[in-house]
Design a protein around this ligand. Structure first.
Ligand code: HAM
Length: 423
């Protein structure tokens, strides 16, 4: 029987690959603190209805990409394809906005979308998600973008560009939608099959279709920035001015519509070179109607999510994680028990210890200690046991001392031990 493999699009992240992940997560936590965010963890599955109502019935995510199943009680649940809807539910369910006017929450975890896997696109992928509830903006919109931009800049992700747009509000979007549909109807023959279906149900999505015919048509389409109501224009101007005051260069992309229906007003994406077709490192926007659509209060929100796999692909090479403080090397069976006790003593002091609990030759133990990138190797063989000490070798300098077996304190008057012959 051939050995089992992982599910397509679900990737192992191996120990050797963890360094950039640790860098991203460490930086994310540091910035979350600097910007006043608290961590939240929401369940990996939610009622399907939450995503249908939150993300929108006619989005690609809800129509084609969700992992939905019936649980044994007959309820329909879905593995979260994104975190915003789940966090919004949690905020309402726990009355988080009842006691505080605003809430700033961040979350790191896996998401699931049934997409065609390729470079930078997986079926299980990870996001850093940041959400701010209760602040209508526009300053906070720029602050959210600033957080994202700082995260990516401090991580030294190369080749970043920021695109922003406004998607209007329930006041001005319907008339924009009408004029857009009128325009698109005039070029029906250039639209792909998907966009012909979108025309009736979700015409804004035609604007960011990658199909060449749809793209050509989209370029000449009426622009939402031109038909937004005065309040939306003021808001957008406010966001752009605030970004400008921070020195963050944003380009307005009137074709940026995002793939989730909860957005209103500000929408943004950060793109990076070097990722091929999947060039969006992060995306987000304002979702002022979301809480209400989920049966909660009419309170605004804004946030973004960054794709951790995509960031990890782009990070400059990281210094490898450092190895243990000590590698314990028993050369004979009698050395096992004292070294086992020593491991406990060292770990209780907060030191990191790796060991090989199979006695062997000095040469092979030292090779293992090197491979583990340990700082020092503790060698214990018959001679050392007889003398009641252990040899501690500094693996960087090659220096060696005799040390007490119980605590590795250097023996008084030890002139430095001769290097044991590697055999
Ligand atoms: P999104 O644009 O669907 O937005 O996803 C955000 C980021 O997740 C993308 O820019 C990308 O880096 C990463 N991503 C998405 N799909 C995949 C995939 N299949 N494989 C690898 N990475 C992927 C959202 O999810 C919104 N919830 C963002 C948001 C938060 N808006 C407001 N608050």
């Amino acid at each position: 029987m051939p050995p089992l493999t992982a599910v397509r699009g679900f990737k192992d992240i191996l120990p050797d690959e963890m360094t950039p992940w640790a860098a991203v997560e460490g930086k994310a936590r540091d910035l979350a603190r600097r910007y006043g965010f608290s961590e939240i963890r929401v369940p990996v599955a939610e009622r399907t209805e939450l995503f249908a109502r939150g993300i929108g019935e006619t989005t690609d995510i809800v129509e084609k990409e969700m992992y939905t199943m019936e649980d044994r009680g007959g309820g329909k649940i879905t593995l979260r394809p994104e975190a915003t809807a789940g966090i919004a539910r949690a905020v309402m369910e726990h009355g988080i906005l009842a006691s505080a006017r605003t809430a700033r929450l961040f979350f790191i975890g896996p998401m699931f979308r049934y997409e065609r896997p390729q470079k930078g696109r997986l079926r299980q992928f990870h996001q850093l998600d940041c959400e701010i509830f209760g602040d209508p903006g526009p300053w906070v919109d720029a602050e959210a973008i600033d957080l994202l931009w700082r995260l990516l800049s401090e991580l030294e992700v190369p080749g970043l560009t920021l695109a922003v747009n406004t998607l209007g509000c329930p006041e001005c979007r319907p008339s924009y939608r009408e004029s857009l549909v009128r325009y698109l109807e005039g070029g029906r023959d250039r639209l792909c099959e998907d966009c012909l279906a979108r025309l009736a149900r979700n015409p804004l999505r035609v604007l960011d279709c990658k199909n060449p015919g749809c793209r050509e048509l989209a370029v000449g389409a009426p622009r939402i920035t031109d038909s937004a109501c005065p309040a939306c224009r003021d808001h957008f101007r406010g966001v752009l001015d605030a970004l400008d005051s921070l020195g963050i260069a944003a380009s307005v992309d009137p074709l940026l519509v995002r793939g989730l229906d909860y957005y209103a007003r500000t929408a943004f994406e950060v793109l990076a070179g070097g990722l091929g077709a999947q060039n969006a490192v992060a995306g987000g926007g304002r979702y002022d109607g979301l809480l209400k659509a989920l049966g909660g209060p009419d309170l605004p929100g804004i946030g973004f999510a960054a794709g951790l796999e995509r960031i990890a692909l782009l990070l400059p090479p990281q210094a490898p994680a450092s190895g243990p403080d000590y590698f314990l090397a028993p050369l004979c069976p009698e050395a096992l028990a004292p070294l086992f006790r020593l491991a406990g003593t060292l770990r209780a002091k907060g030191l990191s210890v790796a060991a090989d609990w199979e006695p062997g030759s000095l040469k092979s133990r030292l090779r293992k200690a090197d491979r583990a990138a340990a700082s020092r190797c503790v060698v214990l063989g018959g001679t050392e046991l007889e003398g009641g000490y252990a040899l501690v070798r500094d693996l960087k300098t090659g220096e060696q001392i005799r040390a007490g077996l119980e605590n590795l304190e250097p023996l008084a008057g030890d002139p430095g031990a001769p290097a044991p012959a590697a055999g």
